[in-house]
Design a protein around this ligand. Structure first.
Ligand code: GLP
Length: 244
């Protein structure tokens, strides 16, 4: 679905999420949401906050799992995804603290593999994700599943791609400051979500959006795997859609 501008695309995305939350509430069930960070979902979260404040949308039944987190980074770091989610959404709605899951990466290397498996198990313990919100990296990454990631992959520690680190450099100040690794849920974990919303905004995403939607399905463009399933919706603004 293509929209005139990023506000409209984001509002549409937020309303889909809100509808799922409300539907699950009616059924007396939790809504298990896979959430994303980056610039792309910011307006989605803003609209969800507005719906909470002005239209009684409650997050009491929401269980959230974030896609990924830099490794290593401290939770308190202003560029950690824990910090981002608190600022952009969680501090402003009535989600229960114990229902928030974000990979944390401030521990010693030895525990990581076990930790990643436990994150995956936790998602599965809720019956998997009802909805996964995704952005897309300029190299086609989803979450931090960089080019070369296996379509069978689950939550794990990965090495960040040079382009990903370059894109994050302005925020961190210098390239040197950007972590070299991240924990990310896998491509398989994402594909198992019952519904996937991929949001892409702006001209700088137009090339990769075209490759991911119309190009070859290849692990070199991780988002291309979404061509193989039907429970995905691409939500684009005019600029991101201009080459398709
Ligand atoms: C980040 C995140 C991804 C995100 C992507 C795009 O590094 N780990 O989950 O979708 O890169 O970021 P942005 O939305 O800022 O363009």
């Amino acid at each position: 679905t293509t929209f005139m501008d990023s506000e409209k695309a984001s509002a549409y995305t937020a309303h889909q999420i809100a509808e799922l939350i409300r539907q699950k509430q009616k059924e007396g069930k939790p809504a298990v949401l896979g959430l994303a960070t980056g610039n792309t979902p910011k307006l989605v979260y803003k609209e969800l906050i507005r719906l909470h404040k002005e239209e009684n949308l409650s997050f009491e039944n929401v269980i959230s799992f974030n896609l990924d987190e830099y490794y290593p980074i401290e939770k308190e770091h202003h560029l950690s995804y824990t910090y981002f989610m608190a600022e952009q959404l969680f501090n402003h709605v009535d989600i229960k603290k114990e229902n928030i899951h974000i990979p944390h990466t401030d521990f010693s290397q030895g525990d990581i593999e076990k930790y990643c498996l436990s994150y995956e198990d936790k998602i599965n313990s809720f019956g998997g994700l009802d909805l996964q919100l995704l952005g897309i990296g300029r190299n086609g990454h989803i979450g931090f599943n960089e080019p070369g990631s296996s379509f069978d992959s689950i939550t794990r520690l990965i090495d960040l791609h040079p382009l990903t680190r370059e894109d994050a450099a302005p925020e961190f100040g210098t390239l040197n400051e950007v972590p070299h690794q991240a924990i990310s849920i896998g491509i398989n974990t994402i594909m198992n979500a019952k519904k996937i919303l991929l949001l892409a905004l702006g001209e700088r995403k137009s090339e990769i959006v075209n490759k991911a939607l119309n190009g070859e399905v290849t692990t070199e463009i991780p988002a291309s795997v979404l061509q193989t399933i039907s429970h995905v919706e691409y939500i684009l603004d005019k600029q991101a859609a201009q080459l398709i």
